[in-house]
Each structure stands twice: as structure tokens, then as C-alpha cells.
Design a protein. Structure first.
Length: 375
């Protein structure tokens, strides 16, 4: 199997499309997908009242990314697809249990008219379908893309209520201090910034950072799925999503405050413009790229660890030799052990989409008689 990191995105997609078409010719591979398609259609019919409301939520600037979430999920499922293995009875039982639990939670939410949680239950129910029809092997590579579907739904009302207040206050404080640092007259009065000449800049709900927060958290999750990063790097990215979104939103408010000192009409037009939104997103992605580059230089990858043994001994743990890395090793036959410093893990933009592999390749043992010449 070709490593997708050694091939282009287009070539990899063509290879996977041909492999998927070949698998569909086999009943053992096609039947689980037919079952998944049929059960998914039944789920969508059952959840249609809530699914039909999604376009109205996506009209809200806070959730304008919602329509692209299912598209990315389908692409990840296509890219990460693995051959289907026989389904164990435990997987079928777990899939049925997940479906029953999802419908039970849905009935409980319906009795109390909790609309948002009712909509959320579609995601675990869909995961139960994949587990029921495809088994544990399919669940390993499909659960993360399926779980990301939660971002196509709006936040619960309680979460929105408790997030708006603190984010508004933080955005106002950061923007006020930024304007004062730049030498402009500004002081905070609640969630309002009083500027020179009696201008008042109100940090309303739309400026609280929630719009940027929901979009950027989803973008961070997508990077965690396709980036092939270490677990601790994913944790750092997840924890930094909210601060980065808040800083980018404060930068937008500060820019509007600066423009107010020169042209109030220009300031009001910039605040709600598409260039301002694109500037915030580019700034957020830039912070994320910088964060990835810093983390890449903090920890050296294990396969590049500086381990060189003296004499003719092999490197421990099968690590690459210094000569294979293009380094010159001084003679250490009679001297102490030498450590060759290794370059940090290279980072160049967003990495290509990896395909998870759940099979372990073991080297074949040497023949008892050693190497033999043929002929």
C-alpha cells in the first residue's frame, strides 16, 4: 500500500477511487456499505424535522461554516477508508446499544423539549450504524470524522448565554488596553469603549468572539484530524483555539477603534465587511501555523533522536544511522560514544492528509542457513 505522504493529493484520491470501485465489486465489501446507506437514510428520515432546520441556523454568521462540515466528513471517510473485515458479535451488540442509547436520550430530550441535545443525538446514532454494519475496524477510522458532524449544529442556549458575557468583557478589556498602548484616548465603560470626540464603540454580542470561536474551533479540529500530529500537539491546539479566536477578535475591534479616530464611516463599514472577516481568519491561521512551528522545534521526533553508538554496533531501536541522514561521523573505535545532534522535525505549511493504518508490519525472520547464492 502506498503511503499517502509520498504521493500527491490528486493521485491519492484517484487511487482510492479505483480501490473503492474494486471493493464494490466484492459482495463482502459492498454489502456493509449498502447496509450503512440504508440505515443512514432511515436515520435522516427520523431526524428530518431537525435536519431541515439546519439551513436557518447556517444563515447566522456564527454558524456559516455549518454547510461545509458534512462535506469534510464525507471527504475524510473516503480518504481514510479501509477494507472491511468480518464483523464480530461484540461490535454488532455495541452498535445496537449505541443506537438504543441515542434514541433513548432523544426521547428524554423530547419530553423536556430540549431541542439542541435532541439534534445532537443524530451523531452517536450514525456512529452506531457504522459500528453495527462495519465492525470495530471500521469504527476505528470512522468515529473521528463522524464525531466532527457535531459542529454543523448550533451551540445550546445555555452555553451561548454563559459564553457571551465573559467573551464580551475580555474582548472589551483587551481592545481598550490595545488602543491605550497605541496612544489613542480610550477607556472602558462596561462593554463599551469611549473614544475621543465622544465616539462610543459598543462591543455587542456579535463582537464577543463567539462567531470567530465556533468557526476556528472547527478549523482546529480539522487540523487535528488531518495533521498527523502528536497527541500533546493536538491538546495544545485544542486549548489554544479559544485564546486565538479572542485575540483575533480583539484585533478587529482595535482596528475599528483606530479607524474611528480618522473616519467613522470607514470604521463602521470595515467592522461588518468581508475583508475584516477574512483578515481575522488569516490572522488566526497564521497564529496556528506559528504555534505548530514552535512546537516542532520544542521536541525532536523519536525517529530523529541523536543516538549513535561507537564501533560497529547497530543503532538501538532501529533508528536511522548518521550516514543515512547525510552526516559525517568521526571515528570512535577507541574513543567515547559520540552523539550527533539532530535537526528538529521539519514543518512546511499544513501537512498532507494521512491515512491511518491499524496493521502492524513485522520484519520477516532470516532463514536458518543465512544468505545463500542462487545458481
Amino acid at each position: 500500500m502506498v503511503d499517502p505522504r509520498d504521493e500527491g493529493i490528486v493521485d491519492g484520491a484517484l487511487r482510492r477511487a479505483k480501490a473503492f470501485a474494486a471493493d464494490m465489486a466484492s459482495p463482502e465489501q459492498s454489502m456493509p456499505w449498502i447496509v450503512i446507506a440504508a440505515l443512514t437514510a432511515l436515520l435522516m428520515f427520523s431526524y428530518w424535522p431537525s435536519l431541515a432546520q439546519l439551513p436557518s441556523f447556517w444563515d447566522n454568521p456564527q454558524y456559516q461554516h455549518g454547510w461545509i462540515v458534512p462535506v469534510f466528513t464525507v471527504l475524510l471517510l473516503f480518504w481514510w477508508r479501509q477494507p472491511i473485515t468480518p464483523v464480530a458479535p461484540s461490535a454488532r451488540a455495541a452498535g445496537i446499544a449505541l443506537l438504543v442509547a441515542s434514541f433513548g436520550l432523544r426521547l428524554w430530550c423530547a419530553s423536556f423539549r430540549i431541542v439542541t441535545i435532541d439534534m445532537y443525538t443524530f451523531v452517536p446514532a450514525l456512529m452506531g450504524v457504522f459500528l453495527l454494519a462495519g465492525g470495530w475496524n471500521m469504527f476505528k477510522w470512522s468515529w473521528a470524522p463522524l464525531a466532527s458532524l457535531i459542529f454543523m449544529y448550533p451551540l445550546p442556549d445555555e452555553a451561548t448565554r454563559y459564553l457571551l458575557g465573559p467573551l464580551q468583557t475580555l474582548a472589551t478589556i483587551i481592545s481598550t488596553y490595545s488602543l491605550q498602548t497605541l496612544g489613542f484616548d480610550a477607556f472602558r465603560d462596561g462593554n463599551r469603549i469611549n473614544l475621543a470626540d465622544g465616539q462610543v464603540l459598543g462591543v455587542v454580542d456579535a463582537c464577543s468572539g463567539l462567531k470567530m470561536l465556533t468557526i476556528f474551533v472547527w478549523l482546529s479540529v480539522m487540523l487535528m484530524l488531518v495533521g498527523g500530529l502528536e497527541w500533546w500537539e493536538n491538546v495544545v491546539i485544542a486549548l489554544s483555539a479559544i485564546p486565538i479566536a479572542l485575540v483575533c477578535n480583539a484585533f478587529r475591534i482595535t482596528t475599528v477603534g483606530i479607524l474611528y479616530n480618522f473616519n467613522s464611516t470607514m470604521a463602521e463599514g470595515f467592522h461588518d465587511s468581508l475583508p475584516a472577516a477574512m483578515l481575522m481568519m488569516l490572522l488566526a491561521v497564521g497564529f496556528l501555523m506559528l504555534e505548530m512551528k514552535v512546537m516542532a522545534h520544542l521536541v525532536i521526533a523519536e525517529e530523529l533522536a541523536p543516538t549513535v553508538l561507537g564501533g560497529s554496533h547497530a543503532l538501538a531501536g532501529g533508528l536511522p544511522s548518521a550516514r543515512s541522514l547525510g552526516q559525517t561521523v568521526p571515528s570512535v573505535a577507541a574513543g567515547p560514544r559520540v552523539a550527533i545532534p539532530s535537526a528538529p522535525r521539519p514543518v512546511g505549511g499544513f501537512p498532507t492528509i494521512p491515512r491511518p493504518s491499524f496493521t502492524e508490519k513485522r520484519p520477516s525472520p532470516p532463514s536458518p542457513g543465512g544468505d545463500q547464492k542462487m545458481g
